[in-house]
Design a protein around this ligand. Structure first.
Ligand code: AHR
Length: 619
């Protein structure tokens, strides 16, 4: 590898080159990053026609002791469904129909079991109404209810709860079960209604509702931007099921929730428009908001009728950027963030370029947004990598899901892209299918080569993110993914760890380098210059896609050519088809060692099927 270091400040890599893409897919948010433990907390998931299915809620007790049904008596206008429970048993000594000892009621298993941990505290909030006095036990139990992990009673006189009343308890767990459930039970005869039942761990990131371990995995990638909330999730199979931001802001109790018909699950939308901006701020990444442009997978709004969608997008931008006196900025302020959020990037739809009304709709959005916010970067869905776009844009989306050998060779995809158009936003890439299975080393190595090519072409490639980021292993809608989790555990796939090799890249400088292939066409490499703690480094990254070890000789020419070895990182495994798993989460993770090398001798061994980085500290 010949590296030209004659001008270390030569070509800066964009500050925002490497980021992440968060889509509500695979229960990434609901049942994932969003720490809410209760699934279908408002009983809306079964639809608006009553009586409705209350899944995943279930009953405790049988017809001789209680009867449960939904009705439309909720005090919340946008989600009228509530749960009505008629208890016919009673445990006071006078009754001939005694309740079972644990009481009767309902339970919610959360998202394939709640992670209840000994010593941790949880806030349970619920809305209740009754025609009589109530005594409701709120408890966390083991998965079959046999073991109580935490419990408290809500006791109130009929006069207190004759109208909908909010009740709140803090439960501290005295045991651990990562398959736990929440129970609401009673041994008192009467009529009780429940609605909007929430259980949140007190320990979320800054109390903002993000599950700590998943949050940390994102932060460790040092993402410079976060694209959200989709993906196809933004489009919907039908427009009526698309993510519409106005339905996701304000008090959580008042959000209607919606059925995402693309990934086929209900979301209570606790992770809404506000929370996405909060997330971006908390991880220190620039938000990239993808909004619906009046187009779904199966229906679309003609351009002449698209103005309400344009207004919705403008309002969504005002929600983020407007001051707290503005119409939508005031809603944000009321939610606890008086200062505007930073928002400099928006994408007009997702993967819609070929749809008949895309261009027409896009131009309406483009003109209206640029008129109001000249500084906002607008991302088009149309690919400008091979031929120039026929419309204005600041970036164009580029998505690629393919086999490993193809993505490896796409390391050179942008080498000949015209330099005068908008920049590419490679907002979704991954090796998929048989080459990747659940996420293996082969996929990750091809992705490494692709990323090295993007890094080298970062004069025309402005932003890059892998997709999808998260998967709850209980509901895989897409494989592979970067981070795999269940209620209590997680691991990164090799694709996750490859991304971690690029944490120094955004804002660094790319050094011109030429790979001398020798007898190996299986190697791709790059060289960057970066500074940290007042020191100057050159970092060589190289992927060996082949099955034989390769000696990489590096020649640095230019201003400085003397180095100390600093750090070496290698990602490899016994077989390219190897994957991490819950039982072996660290089988394929980067191994970091001190880089020992002679002053003059810059020859590094690239093991078979490996990705390596070598940090050289300037003398
Ligand atoms: O990343 C999964 C899906 O792939 C995204 O929702 C979509 O944009 C693409 O087709």
């Amino acid at each position: 590898l010949q590296v030209d270091a004659s001008n270390v400040t030569g070509r800066p890599i964009p500050e925002t080159l490497f980021g992440i893409f968060f889509e509500e897919i695979n229960h990434a948010g609901a049942g994932g990053l969003w720490a809410e433990l209760v699934s279908n907390r408002g009983f809306e998931a079964g639809g608006q026609i009553i009586p409705s299915n209350i899944w995943p809620w279930s009953t405790i007790g049988n017809e001789s002791s209680m009867y449960v049904v939904t009705d439309r008596s909720s005090c919340f206008e946008r989600n009228k469904i509530a749960l009505k429970m008629e208890v016919t048993c009673d445990s006071n000594g006078m009754s001939t129909n005694l309740c079972p000892s644990g009481g009767v009621g309902v339970y919610n298993p959360g998202y394939w079991g709640m992670n209840i941990e000994q010593g941790k505290k949880y806030k349970v909030v619920l809305y209740v109404r009754s025609t009589g006095d109530i005594d409701v036990s709120v408890s966390f139990t083991s998965s079959n209810g046999s073991l109580t992990l935490a419990s408290q009673n809500i006791i109130a006189l009929a006069s207190e709860v004759s109208n909908w009343t909010k009740k709140e308890v803090i439960l501290e767990a005295n045991g651990t079960d990562n398959g736990g459930r929440l129970q609401l039970t009673t041994t008192r005869k009467g009529l009780i209604w429940f609605d909007q039942v929430s259980a949140m761990p007190l320990d979320t990131y800054k109390g903002h509702g993000f599950r700590n371990d998943l949050f940390q995995m994102m932060v460790d990638l040092k993402p410079r931007f976060i694209r959200f909330p989709g993906g196809c999730f933004v489009e919907g199979g039908w427009l009526r099921n698309a993510f519409r931001w106005k339905e996701t802001v304000g008090a959580w109790e008042e959000r209607p929730g919606h059925f995402g018909d693309i990934w086929n699950y209900w979301t209570d939308d606790g992770l809404g428009h506000f929370e996405f901006f909060q997330l971006a701020e908390d991880i220190g990444a620039a938000p990239v908001w993808v909004f619906n442009n009046g187009i779904s997978h199966n229906d679309q709004v003609e351009t002449e009728n698209v103005m309400p969608f344009v207004q919705e997008a403008l309002d969504g931008i005002e929600f983020a950027r407007g001051d707290s006196n503005s119409t939508w900025g005031s809603v944000r302020a009321a939610m606890g963030h008086p200062e505007p959020f930073e928002l400099n990037y928006v994408a007009v739809g997702n993967e819609d370029c070929d749809k008949p009304y895309y261009k027409g709709n896009y131009l309406e959005f483009y003109d209206a947004i640029k008129k109001a916010y000249l500084d906002i970067n607008i991302i088009s869905n149309c690919d400008g990598s091979s031929k120039p776009l026929d419309h204005h844009a600041d970036y164009y989306d580029f998505h690629i899901y393919t086999l490993a050998s193809n993505l490896f060779s796409m390391s050179h995809k942008f080498d000949n892209t015209p330099r005068n158009g908008p920049k590419a936003f490679v907002s979704e890439y991954a090796v998929t299918d048989t080459d990747a299975k659940n996420g293996n080393l082969l996929a990750a190595l091809a992705e490494a080569a692709f990323l090295l090519g993007l890094e080298k072409n970062s004069d025309i490639v402005g932003m890059v993110s892998y997709a999808p980021l998260f998967v709850n292993t209980n509901n895989r809608r897409w494989m592979p993914d970067a981070i795999v989790f269940n209620s209590s555990h997680l691991y990164g796939t090799p694709s996750y760890w490859v991304q971690q090799f690029f944490t120094e890249s955004s804002g660094a400088s790319i050094l011109s380098s030429t790979t001398l292939k020798g007898n190996s066409s299986s190697v791709e490499a790059s060289a960057i210059f970066f500074q940290t703690n007042g020191k100057d480094y050159i970092q060589i990254k190289a992927v060996n896609f082949g099955g034989k070890s390769v000696n990489l000789k590096v020649e640095v020419t230019g201003l400085f050519t003397k180095f100390y070895g600093s750090k070496k990182k290698v990602l490899t495994s016994g077989s390219v088809m190897d994957e991490n798993s819950f039982s072996n989460p660290h089988m394929i993770v980067p191994h970091e060692t001190l880089l020992e090398m002679g002053e003059e001798d810059l020859t590094f061994v690239l093991p078979p099927h490996s990705f390596s980085s070598f940090d050289l500290l300037k003398e």
